[in-house]
Design a binder for this molecule. Structure first.
Ligand code: ZN
Length: 313
């Protein structure tokens, strides 16, 4: 946390009217600990939600219920006891093995829990305790599910993207998004809609840009391959529709750019280096999802920096 200057401003010293009031060391420590409490609470909540995301990642691609039955070991089928279901800690205590049959537990589970905690803390750091924080954190958790279902199963569950789109429309009503470029264009045309109308409109335009762009690119590749090979699945289009509803047009475009760039930087060298990757099915939604999470937190700052650099702002 950046330290603020006292109420008299940094450097300035108040006149000594009574006695110099030095904050005691103990009081200063208490203040510092109090500042950390929201971060600790968010970290714990993130771990708990991460545990639930693991259930979604394991079951949604198989179209199983995420409510019942209770979690069980995939090998011996034994239900997992509540005290073995503590995020990260249980994995460490059990050394990554089932208590009953000693089967290995995937390190993906604690990884997802830690990443979810990271998403909560990053959101809090970026937006403070605000409606934007809730919106971004819900969005990032939905995207994190897709990042891992596509990576592990090459699946982008419609349950996540359709729920995400519906929630995205509600959020654009409750938490108005920054829709400056769109507001500027509409202003030029003589329309001056309210902040809420503009926010909902920005979400819809963002979705059309994200989903539409991906649909067009997918179709172009499909036609270029002589209708032989589908490069982009409909799941990628659904993911980008959802991203658009949350991020609006400029940041949705940035997600597409960063996701494609990231995918190319990973896929191209591997494809050139090894023939094993020639016909490899790359998880596009994983790259796009990582880009979307980055953009939701730091995209606006990156965009502002770019506009300043290009001389637009
Ligand atoms: Zn077991």
């Amino acid at each position: 946390m950046p330290r603020r200057g006292g109420c008299f401003g940094q450097g300035a010293r108040p006149a000594l009217l009574f006695r110099e009031q030095k904050p005691s060391r103990k009081r200063q420590e208490i203040v510092e600990i109090t500042v950390l409490i929201p971060y600790a609470v968010c970290g714990v909540l993130g771990l708990v939600f991460g545990s639930f995301l693991n259930v979604c990642i394991a079951r949604l691609p198989k179209r199983e219920s995420i409510v019942t039955p209770r979690s069980h070991c995939p090998r011996c089928g034994h239900p997992i006891r509540w005290y073995d279901n503590v995020p990260v800690a249980s994995y460490v205590i059990l050394a990554g093995r089932c208590r009953d049959c000693r089967a290995r537990i995937s390190p993906i589970y604690p990884l997802v829990e830690l990443l979810t905690a990271g998403i909560w803390i990053a959101g809090l750091t970026r937006y403070g305790l605000s409606p934007e924080f809730i919106k971004v954190t819900v969005f990032n958790m939905l995207v994190l599910i897709v990042v891992f279902t596509d990576l592990l199963e090459r699946s982008v569950p419609h349950a996540v993207t359709i729920f995400g789109m519906a929630a995205g429309v509600c959020f654009s009503l409750l938490v108005p998004m920054d829709a400056r470029p769109l507001g500027w264009i509409l202003g030029r045309l003589g329309y001056f809609p309210s902040e809420i109308t503009l926010s909902v409109f920005a979400g819809i335009v963002g979705a059309l840009i994200g989903g539409g762009l991906f649909y067009a690119v997918g179709e172009a590749f499909y036609l270029a391959s002589g209708r032989q090979k589908e490069y982009l699945g409909f799941g990628d289009v659904m993911l980008m529709l959802m991203v658009g509803f949350y991020l609006g047009p400029p940041l949705t475009l940035m997600t597409v750019l960063l996701g494609s760039l990231g995918g190319t930087l990973v896929a191209l060298p591997l494809t050139v280096a090894s023939s094993r990757f020639r016909n490899y099915h790359w998880p596009y939604a994983t790259f796009l999802g990582v880009a979307a999470i980055y953009t939701s937190l730091w995209g606006a700052a990156l965009l502002d920096a770019y506009l300043r650099w290009a001389g637009f702002a």
